[in-house]
Ligand binder design. Structure first.
Ligand code: AKG
Ligand code: FE2
Ligand code: ZN
Length: 740
């Protein structure tokens, strides 16, 4: 080809590429403005927002910082947790310009993850850093407590070969392996047999360390019990308080090997995440030992404060608000927990958490309150929706199989080739109903999304308030049993708005929410009818609501189509009987007496997500790797900043699923006790005395008649086409205006 022609073609191609980058950059700016309130400016400045370069995109601080530093010296780099963008400020505008020219539209490789960065100038950066939270009272972290040589010596002192199982009570638990010295800690009764010391006492290699602890006044008497826990990446220990009656006040935990993050929770909801570096000593005394739970979330990455000389390193922080974070890959961690056996009942100052003083069963953890601001709402949903769905995902999914018939009717009515988004798709039970449509699903729960991906569906992790799909890209959307998990009216409205945004003009959305009215037109819903499945309180709990319970069953279902005009929308009064501002825990299969409540989920034996993960080991992990790709490829799409973390570093969780829950059969056995041990005061997961089956609580706002229509009526550009009651759910079909 004539070189002249060739070079002009090249020029055309280049300018096409440039245009494409520009288009995407503008789009990214719009998305940032719309979803995050960040305004960009065409005027060059020292600061840039880097769309797609956030922790929420799976980008590590190290990778981004390295790419940015090639363009010049940085003043600050701010990465908020879970956000799909980062802010960088260069020392000079010159460097910022250079970064803008050279990095805009460029791919950044981060592990197996690749993202395309879009950079725009900003006048100011939002630094939401609210400072670190103080450590729980009585908690001390001593870094570099042992030398690398001592560390090696201590690790070598533990023989995991299994030949001395009896002397050290070695156990392979589902989430980790443990060995006990001195006395065995029994996970069945969360206590120790005080008159049955183990043949193996504390290994003598530990003595120099313990003597140093005495000398430094971390302890006043020599411990006589040691538990060695070994965690592989992805493993953890559930939140718990070490049983008061078993051990004296001070508990020492020496961390060896890889670093991890331990979460401390106060019964009032305060959460403090503490980074435990290898070779550090954690000393738990007083309130931190008796009242706060401690636990390690099973995951493969932690979000930790960045170790950058420009930013002082934090050993603890509220990771929700700290913007100076990076990802840290977990490795094998071995901890030595030294404790002193208690021989008298505990008489601590924390009776609510003290088994010697009638608690914790006597006074269960205080339930959360209804949120009064956006941050509280997000926090409540994180704890009482997202974390729960991730924890129960596997069990939950096993109870979700039959698609509801009226949802199927809606799906079947879509013309072939329609694009459908199922926002809050759970285990994907609606994604394959109409094979003629192009269905994509998303959910906040990465565990549920993983299940969908394994089933071959096109899915991605996303919050329902910010779905990374183009405006007007869908012919239809469904939101089945999702919006009732948002805890304020504003957030429920925002969820409807987001669905409508996705619709093409003329597109339709079907929304189902759980109804306050479980008895409608004189007929009780199946949820109530299955009351006899309920068993008395202290028997094996069987009160998960059944999928079938709310399943509309053909003829039996009561379907009363209502028009918006019929609804008593004018004077809806919120039925919120929240005594002392606390949310009440609903008794399953009874009528609702309040609109905002916590619904218990009794986890069936062996069905917790994490248990399966480590139980099946490598095989399962491989499966996961495979499925991860499926959704990463969507979540890391380079067309706009993706608000959903496509990587699985923490436990986010599902924006919810079905209004109905799973039948917990009365013959279910107690769950494996290894990891739900000890005195749990966690508000989230409680062990009952009679059954160690973990109970999780999900937040719901059940809708009153007319409320859903009223909510949708506030969204511009959409009409309620029909609305009806379907076996304990309020349902609407919306249609987006044609002229939009
Ligand atoms: O691994 C750790 O540091 C803590 C272990 C622990 O909490 C326990 O065994 O009770
Ligand atoms: Fe513990
Ligand atoms: Zn006590």
């Amino acid at each position: 080809m004539d070189p002249g022609v060739e070079s002009s073609m090249e020029a055309v191609r280049r300018s096409k590429d440039e245009k494409k980058v520009l288009r995407k950059q503008i789009k990214a700016s719009h998305t940032l403005l719309k979803h995050e309130g960040i305004s960009t400016t065409p005027q060059p400045s020292k600061s840039l927002v880097v769309a797609n370069g956030g922790l929420g995109n799976g980008v590590s601080r190290e990778a981004l910082s390295a790419a940015l530093k090639e363009m010049g010296e940085l003043e600050t780099l701010i990465m908020h947790p879970h956000k799909p963008y980062a802010f960088v400020t260069y020392r000079s505008e010159e460097c910022a310009r250079k970064a803008h020219v050279h990095l805009n539209g460029q791919k950044l490789q981060c592990g197996e993850n690749s993202v395309t960065l879009y950079l725009s100038y900003v006048d100011s950066v939002t630094c939401k850093e609210e400072g670190s939270l103080p450590l729980p009272d009585g908690l001390v972290l001593v870094e570099d407590f042992v030398s690398p040589e001592e560390e090696a010596l201590l690790l070598a002192a533990i023989d995991w070969s299994g030949t001395n199982d009896d002397v050290t009570a070695q156990k392979a638990l589902k989430h980790r392996r443990v060995k006990h010295y001195g006395f065995e800690f029994r996970y069945d009764n969360n206590n120790v047999d005080k008159d049955k010391p183990l043949p193996a006492g504390i290994p003598q290699e530990c003595l120099p360390v313990l003597e140093r602890c005495l000398k430094n006044k971390h302890i006043i008497t020599m411990p006589d019990q040691l538990t060695v826990n070994q965690y592989e990446s992805g493993q953890g220990i559930p939140p718990h308080v070490d049983t008061h009656s078993a051990f004296e006040d001070t508990i020492l935990s020496l961390s060896l090997g890889a670093q991890t993050v331990m979460e401390f929770r106060h019964p009032d909801g305060r959460l403090v995440s503490v980074v435990l570096p290898g070779r550090s000593l954690l000393v738990m005394k007083g309130e931190s030992r008796y009242l706060w739970t401690h636990g390690i979330t099973p995951r493969k990455f932690d979000m930790v404060p960045a170790c950058d000389p420009q930013f002082p390193a934090h050993t603890m922080s509220d990771l929700r608000t700290n913007s100076n974070l990076t990802l840290s890959k977990r490795g094998t961690r071995t901890s030595f927990t030294f404790r002193k056996i208690r021989h008298e009942p505990c008489c601590c100052a924390f009776p609510s958490a003290c088994d010697s003083q009638g608690g914790p069963s006597a006074s269960p953890p205080s339930p959360p309150s209804l949120p009064s601001c956006h941050a509280d709402a997000a926090h409540l949903e994180e704890e009482y929706v997202h974390r729960v769905y991730d924890a129960i995902a596997s069990h939950f999914s096993s109870t979700r199989h039959t698609p509801w018939s009226r949802v199927c009717d809606f799906l079947s009515s879509l013309p072939p080739g329609s694009v459908l988004a199922d926002v809050g798709c759970g285990n994907g039970k609606y994604l394959g109903v109409n094979p003629e449509v192009i269905a994509v699903g998303c959910d906040r729960s990465s565990a549920l999304i993983q299940i969908c991906a394994e089933r071959g569906f096109q899915v991605f992790v996303s919050d329902a308030l910010s779905v990374p799909l183009r405006t007007a890209s869908c012919d239809a959307c469904i939101s089945i049993a999702v919006i009732h998990h948002f805890s304020t009216q504003e957030r429920r409205l925002a969820a409807v708005r987001e669905l409508v945004r996705l619709l093409k003009p003329g597109g339709r959305a079907l929304i189902y929410v759980w109804a306050f009215e479980q008895e409608y037109n004189k007929q009780r819903s199946k949820y109530l009818k299955d009351q006899n499945k309920e068993r008395p309180e202290n028997h094996s709990p069987s009160d998960n609501t059944s999928e079938d319970s709310q399943e509309p069953h053909g003829k039996a279902s009561i379907q009363t189509s209502r028009c918006l005009e019929d609804s008593p929308v004018d004077d809806l009064q919120c039925v919120s009987k929240v005594s002392d501002g606390k949310l009440s825990v609903h008794t399953n299969r009874t009528a609702f007496n309040t609109q905002d409540l916590l619904v218990p989920w009794h986890l069936k034996d062996g069905k917790r997500q994490g248990q399966e993960e480590s139980g099946e080991g490598v095989k399962k992990d491989k499966k996961k790797e495979k499925s991860k790709k499926t959704y990463n490829s969507i979540t890391t799409s380079d067309c706009n900043p993706d608000p959903s973390p496509g990587f699985k570093t923490r436990v986010p969780s599902g924006s919810g699923q079905d209004t109905s829950d799973a039948t917990h059969s009365s013959d279910s056995k107690p769950s494996a006790s290894d990891d739900t041990t000890q005195t749990s005061t966690s508000t989230q997961k409680s062990e009952s005395e009679s059954s160690p089956t973990p109970v999780f609580h999900r937040y719901y706002h059940v809708f009153q008649q007319g409320e859903l229509e009223q909510l949708c009526g506030q969204v511009a550009g959409v009409k309620v086409q029909s609305s009806y009651h379907d076996q304990g759910n309020w349902c609407v079909i919306l249609e987006k205006d044609m002229h939009l």
